[in-house]
Design a protein. Structure first.
Length: 163
C-alpha cells in the first residue's frame, strides 16, 4: 500500500471557520450529513492555531470578512504549503475580494447563500485535488525529483499515518 491510501480511505476532515455561529452550524451540519468530519473554529486565531498544531486537517472552509488581509494571506499560504486547500466564502459580491483570495492560493470561493450541493461539490473537488497533489508529491519523491514544497513529504505522510 502507498502512503496515499490513508487519505482516500478516511472521510475528509474539514476545518470550518466563520465568525457567525449560525453559519458554522449550517456548514458543519451540511458536511457531517454528507459523511465528512468537522473541526470548528470561531476566530482566525483559532484557525491558525489548529493549522499549526499536529491535528489532521484536509480542507479549510472559512469566511473571509473577519480576516484581515495579511492574516488571510498567512493562513492560505500556510495551508497551501501543507497541501491543504482553502475554500473561502462571503455574502458580499465583491469580485476584487474573490480574485484576491484566489490569487493568494485559495482553492475556491463560494458566494453566500449557496446550496448544500454547491458546497459538497466544491469540497469533493478540493479533496480530490488534495489527494492528487499528495500522490504527485509521493511519486516525485519516489523518483527523486524533489517535492517542490517546504515541508518534507515524510512529515506529511507520517502525520497522516499517526492519525
Amino acid at each position: 500500500m502507498t502512503s496515499t491510501t490513508h487519505t482516500t480511505d478516511t472521510p475528509g476532515r474539514i476545518l470550518v471557520e466563520d465568525d457567525e455561529e449560525a453559519i458554522r452550524e449550517i456548514l458543519t451540519s451540511m458536511l457531517t450529513g454528507t459523511g465528512y468530519e468537522c473541526i470548528v473554529a470561531e476566530t482566525p486565531a483559532q484557525t491558525l492555531e489548529i493549522l499549526n498544531s499536529t491535528e489532521r486537517v484536509d480542507l479549510v472552509c472559512c469566511g473571509v470578512t473577519e480576516w484581515a488581509g495579511n492574516s488571510l494571506e498567512s493562513m492560505i499560504g500556510t495551508s497551501t504549503s501543507r497541501t491543504i486547500p482553502v475554500i473561502a466564502s462571503s455574502a458580499t459580491l465583491d469580485i476584487s475580494l474573490m480574485m484576491k483570495v484566489l490569487n493568494m492560493g485559495g482553492y475556491d470561493f463560494l458566494l453566500r447563500p449557496f446550496t448544500r450541493e454547491q458546497l459538497v461539490f466544491a469540497v469533493r473537488r478540493a479533496l480530490q485535488y488534495r489527494r492528487l497533489k499528495l500522490e504527485n508529491l509521493f511519486l516525485r519523491d519516489r523518483l527523486h525529483l524533489g517535492s517542490g514544497i517546504e515541508i518534507p513529504l515524510s512529515r506529511l505522510v507520517g502525520r497522516g499515518r499517526d492519525q
